[in-house]
Ligand binder design. Structure first.
Ligand SMILES: [Mg+2]
Length: 272
């Protein structure tokens, strides 16, 4: 069952602008959820317009790989019982703790211990690494259409290296935690756009985290697509403006349909 921006579907109105202009304004309005009214650009004169797309940037853990890291257990091990309880309370009230930023303020010995715990959980995740269903097919499709694909993760470079080996295809560029500042800061996405020579408005960020991936994409001025396999995020109507994605899918195979129906897929810009 396809597709897109949850229930009810949301319709996007595109305001096209020149490359490298500030992020375009989007207006979202509710539509009925029939397949025939899937979200498509509309200029207001009845002529549908599609977004232009030249590149996709993926999150890694939970997006290109099946989620296997127990983040709850990891946070608990890093923050301790009390700290974890405070984190849960903050999350429930819409706040939350960015654990990597949080650790940076700790004294070096505590910081070192925390990084070791995180690395242990990440190693366990790598041992059980599985490629997300639909990921290879999507990437082959992107290659066939000459659409660039990059990767941004808050995991470490060694994890990206192992992922590349097992995936058998490379994402270029692939930015890991060593690139600062990391998601949700838009810097890594803007960096990739700059390397590609493609405006953020012609790129889509795909990930399974509202707080990291969607916010990063929105701040950069890119299209955003939330992968929500289990429906844990509920309806986009409950999201804040900062976290509301342009699209929501429950599998990577739906991304392929989304690209086909919602975008003009553009070849790489000419280089001289
Ligand atoms: Mg993720």
């Amino acid at each position: 069952m396809p597709l897109f921006l949850s229930q009810p579907l949301l319709r996007r109105f595109f305001f096209f602008s020149s490359p490298f202009s500030p992020p375009r304004r989007l207006h979202l309005a509710a539509l009925s959820s029939s397949p025939a009214s899937m979200p498509s650009g509309d200029s207001g004169d009845g002529i549908a317009k599609k977004g232009r797309l030249r590149g996709l940037v993926f999150d890694m853990d939970g997006t290109l790989t099946v989620p296997v890291i127990d983040f709850g257990a990891m946070y608990k091990a890093v923050l301790g019982e009390e700290g974890y309880a405070a984190y849960r309370a903050a999350s429930a009230s819409g706040g939350g703790v960015d654990i990597l930023h949080h650790i940076e303020a700790w004294p070096p010995p505590a910081q070192q211990r925390a990084y070791e715990i995180i690395a242990r959980f990440e190693r366990q995740g790598l041992d059980r690494l599985q490629i997300m269903p639909g990921a290879l097919e999507l990437c082959r499709y992107l290659d066939s259409r000459q659409i660039r694909r990059g990767l941004i993760t808050r995991n470490v470079k060694s994890a990206v290296d192992i992922f590349h080996q097992r995936f058998g295809m490379e994402f270029i560029p692939a930015l890991s935690r060593e690139f600062r500042p990391y998601k949700p800061d838009p810097a890594p996405l803007l960096h990739i756009c700059s390397i590609w020579g493609v405006p953020p408005s012609q790129v889509m960020m795909i990930g399974d985290s509202l707080r990291d991936d969607v916010v990063c994409g929105k701040r950069a001025g890119a299209f955003t697509c939330l992968l929500d396999e289990t429906g844990r995020y509920g309806s986009p109507h409950s999201y804040t403006d900062d976290t509301r994605p342009d699209f929501k899918v429950s599998s990577l195979s739906q991304v392929l349909s989304l690209l086909e129906t919602q975008f003009d897929l553009m070849p790489p810009p000419q280089t001289t």
